[in-house]
Each structure stands twice: as structure tokens, then as C-alpha cells.
Design a protein around this ligand. Structure first.
Ligand code: C2E
Ligand code: CA
Ligand code: CA
Length: 432
């Protein structure tokens, strides 16, 4: 991590906050906590390098300091996260004014290596006593408020609200239940067929998580994968998905359906766990699968990770034959040059392009160009979110290889997927 010796760290910030809360209790005033995150800091790090990123964060710290009074504190929590503690606040308006001052101070361009860089901030505010009685709670609530701003388009100042309090409580409950989901056998994989556009054959399936929770009902990944990533639970859930998917693929082969590929989504967080490669190998070995059967779907954010360990893990898996797909392509911030970082096999065009391409010529031009680019790089192209025959026709006319979407099938339970295979291609014929 980039060091910032001139700013207090998390534990010192907590100490100061505890002191400030005690003082505010005695004097019947408030303490406000501003949780500050630099939007898209990664972009600066990636384009200008870590040293420039470090200098940039120091400049941010400087501007934060110049926006507050002597008696207040700026601390660095790690990464691009800062916290500002405002002592002796009388009115909510006062914290609002400081947040506005900070936003203004950071709206001016930053000079980095002779270049101007512009950034925005996401700020969450929580105040003692109304938003929390102790330091940890206040910090967590300011963080939660900041997060809502991030979710709603970044570059915002958000205050903690009673509704958010309910949300954080629900989140804690959800986290506890998710911890038990595997052992309670509440997780299920559904499979969505991948269709070869030229032949119309099913050539594989993408495994998609579902959580049938006794407490919360049926949950789609959008409702729990992010939480699983933030808590690290995705490591065990992801391992479960790889093992379960491989076991299912063995069932397809045993039923006479050879040559189908299995696509499994793997979060960046899973690659930071040293055991990923060995658990994938074990799942393949235990189910007697050729490594080429398995395709790992990774996102652009993983391409941006500048970590030797992650690169070694991926290179090792790819070296053994496991295939690699770049998922949701075009939605992240990776530059095209990142496509050469790993030995990719497949590029998946994000659903938003497929959805918009027939109504919008700019979108269709992009899809067209993506297919050409991917083919030039020797990649297979999968279009996600195909819902109509017209979309399929367009993709076919542009030479797209594989389609996936509700036009063919929604993701379905394992037994239903096997039935679909048997219906389309009886196993006897498949064996010929
Ligand atoms: P994704 O990898 O982009 O998966 C495709 C999503 O698009 C699935 O949503 C699928 O149901 C949906 N979809 C497929 N065809 C169509 C279509 O024609 N129209 C529309 N509107 N949607 C379509 P789902 O199953 O809710 O999954 C959401 C995301 O959750 C996935 O997006 C993936 O990023 C993540 N996810 C799912 N399973 C796993 C997993 O096992 N591990 C990890 N790390 N992430 C997972
Ligand atoms: Ca995917
Ligand atoms: Ca996708």
C-alpha cells in the first residue's frame, strides 16, 4: 500500500474519534465523520503509475487539510479512502459546508507529471449522536452513506439516514445467512445454454448462481454477490460453484453429451486467494474433465489488477489448458491494450450492447468493431443478452460466433438443462 506518513492512520483516527465523542457528550455538541473516497482513483494509478498515484493522494490530503480547522482531523484509512473528523459541530449545516468546501478544493485540477488530472469525490457523512453512539458505528455508517453515493453515480455527498440504518442492519443479517448458505445447501447453479450461431448447436453453458434462502426467498446474484465479494465469502462460494459445475459437466458427458464447455464466473477477489488454482485442478481431476472444458469468466477489473501473484495464478491455469473469457466487455475501464495481458480465448460482448445495437447505429458499429477486433486477436466472440431473432440475425451477419440469451433460454436448473440437451440432440446421436 502507498504510505502516507504525514497523516494519521485508521487506528489513530479511531482513537481521536473516541476522544471527540467523549468531549461532544460532555459539551452536548456533535462530531461529524466524513468518509471520503476518490472516484476512479484506479484510472490515475493505471495511466500514470503508482508513484504518480502516490503523489496525487498526497495532494488530495493537502487539500483536505486546507479545507478544515486546526482542531479537526484528516486521516488516511488506506487506499484512496480518507476520513475527516469534525469536532464540536453545532448544526448539520456545518458538516454540509465543510463537505462542500472539500468538494470545491478537489474540483481544481491536480498537476501530475506536468499533466492536469481531474477527479471527483464521493463523501458519506455520519454524526454523533444521531447516527451512532460509538466510533466504529459512526465510521461504518459514514462509509455506508458514501457507498450509496457511489452506487448512484459517484461525485456526491450523502448523509446517513434512518433508512440506511435499516439497510445496514439487513446487510448484517444477510451476511450471517450467506455464511450458512453452503452448509444449508441453499445455493444452486442454473445453466444458460451457449449457442453456436452458425450451426445452432448448444456448445456449452454458463453456470449462474442462485440462492434459495429460507429467510429471504429466491435471490439472484445481483442481490448477494457483491456482499460475498466484500466479505470474502465469495472464495468459498466460488469454490463451491466450480466443484458443482464440474460435477454437472461430468453428468452431461456420462449422459452422452461430450464436447460441451462449462463457463464459470470468477470474481477478482477469488484470484487473490492462493488456493484458487489448486481447487480448480482438484475439481477437474475429481470429475475427470479435460481442462479445456472449463472456461473462467473474468471481468475487466481483473485485467487492471497489477499483481504478480494473480498473473502467476492465471498463467498457470491457462498453461494447463483452462480457458479464459473476458466478461461484460466494454463496461469497465480497461484499455484495449489490456486484452494482451493474459492468454484469453473468448470475449463476451456485454448485454447492453446487444440490447441497444438495432436501435442505435453507434452501438451496432461498436458491436461490429468489437467482433472484428476480437477475431483479429484470435478470440471467440460470445454475444450476451440475445432476446430477439433480429438481434441474432444481425450478429450472424457480423460473424459473431456464439449467442446467449433469453431468445434461446433463461438460465435453468441442472435437470432441465440436461432435458433440453436430450430433447435437441438425443444422446444416441451425440455418441455417433
Ligand atoms: P453475467 O456473468 O453477465 O451473467 C449473465 C446475466 O445476464 C445473468 O444474470 C443472466 O440471467 C442474464 N441474462 C442472460 N441472458 C439474458 C437476456 O437475454 N436478457 C436479459 N435481460 N438478461 C439475460 P444473473 O444470473 O442474475 O447473474 C448476474 C451476474 O452475477 C452475472 O452476470 C455474474 O457477473 C454474477 N454471477 C453469477 N453467478 C456467479 C458466480 O458463480 N460467481 C460470481 N463471482 N459471479 C456470479
Ligand atoms: Ca458471465
Ligand atoms: Ca456477462
Amino acid at each position: 500500500m502507498i504510505q502516507s506518513p504525514d497523516l494519521p492512520n485508521r487506528s489513530l483516527a479511531l482513537d481521536r474519534l473516541i476522544g471527540a465523542i467523549e468531549a461532544a457528550r460532555r459539551r452536548a455538541t456533535r462530531v461529524s465523520v466524513l468518509f471520503i473516497d476518490v472516484d476512479h482513483f484506479k484510472k490515475i494509478n493505471d495511466t500514470l503509475g503508482h508513484a504518480a498515484g502516490d503523489r496525487f493522494l498526497r495532494q488530495v490530503a493537502q487539500r483536505l487539510k486546507s479545507s478544515i480547522r486546526q482542531m479537526d482531523t484528516v486521516a488516511r484509512l488506506g487506499g484512496d479512502e480518507f476520513v475527516v473528523l469534525l469536532n464540536d459541530v453545532r448544526l448539520r449545516r456545518d458538516a454540509e459546508a465543510v463537505a462542500a468546501k472539500i468538494v470545491d478544493a478537489c474540483a481544481r485540477p491536480f498537476m501530475l507529471d506536468g499533466q492536469e488530472a481531474f477527479v471527483t469525490l464521493s463523501i458519506g457523512v455520519a454524526s454523533f449522536p444521531e447516527d451512532g453512539e460509538d466510533a466504529e458505528t459512526l465510521l461504518r455508517h459514514a462509509d455506508a452513506a458514501m457507498y450509496v453515493g457511489k452506487e448512484n453515480g459517484r461525485s456526491q455527498v450523502r448523509f446517513f439516514t434512518p433508512e440506511l440504518r435499516q439497510r445496514t442492519r439487513n446487510r448484517v443479517r444477510l451476511e450471517v445467512d450467506l455464511r450458512h448458505a453452503i452448509e444449508r445447501q441453499e445455493l444452486v447453479l442454473h445453466y444458460q445454454p451457449l449457442i453456436d450461431i452458425r450451426s445452432g448447436d448448444i456448445v456449452g453453458a454458463e453456470a449462474l448462481l442462485r440462492w434459495f434462502s429460507s429467510e429471504h426467498g429466491m435471490m439472484n446474484p445481483d442481490q448477494f454477490v457483491r456482499l460475498a465479494e466484500e466479505t470474502g465469502l465469495i472464495v468459498s462460494i466460488g469454490e463451491w460453484a466450480l466443484i458443482t459445475g464440474c460435477r454437472e459437466t461430468r453428468r452431461w458427458i456420462d449422459a452422452g453429451f461430450n464436447g460441451l464447455s462449462l463457463s464459470v464466473n470468477v470474481s477478482s477477489r477469488q484470484f487473490r486467494d492462493a488456493s484458487l488454482a489448486s481447487s480448480i485442478h482438484a475439481a477437474l481431476r475429481d470429475n475427470r474433465l479435460d481442462p479445456r472444458t472449463l472456461e473462467l469468466e473474468i471481468t475487466e477489473s481483473l485485467l487492471l489488477e497489477d499483481s504478480a501473484e494473480i498473473k502467476t495464478t492465471i498463467d498457470r491455469l491457462v498453461g494447463d489448458g483452462v480457458r479464459l473469457a473476458i466478461d461484460d466487455f466494454g463496461t469497465g475501464y480497461a484499455s484495449l491494450s489490456y486484452l494482451n495481458r493474459f492468454r484469453l480465448d473468448t470475449l463476451k460482448i456485454d448485454r447492453s450492447f446487444t440490447t441497444g445495437m438495432l436501435a442505435d447505429t453507434a452501438q451496432s458499429t461498436l458491436v461490429d468493431a468489437l467482433i472484428v477486433l476480437a477475431h483479429r486477436l484470435g478470440l471467440r466472440v460470445v454475444a450476451e443478452g440475445v432476446e430477439t431473432a433480429d438481434q441474432l440475425d444481425f450478429l450472424r451477419s457480423r460473424g459473431c460466433d456464439v449467442a446467449q440469451g433469453f431468445f434461446f433460454s433463461t438460465p435453468i436448473a441442472a435437470d432441465d438443462f440436461l432435458q433440453m440437451l436430450e430433447h435437441i440432440r438425443p444422446p444416441a446421436a451425440a455418441a455417433c
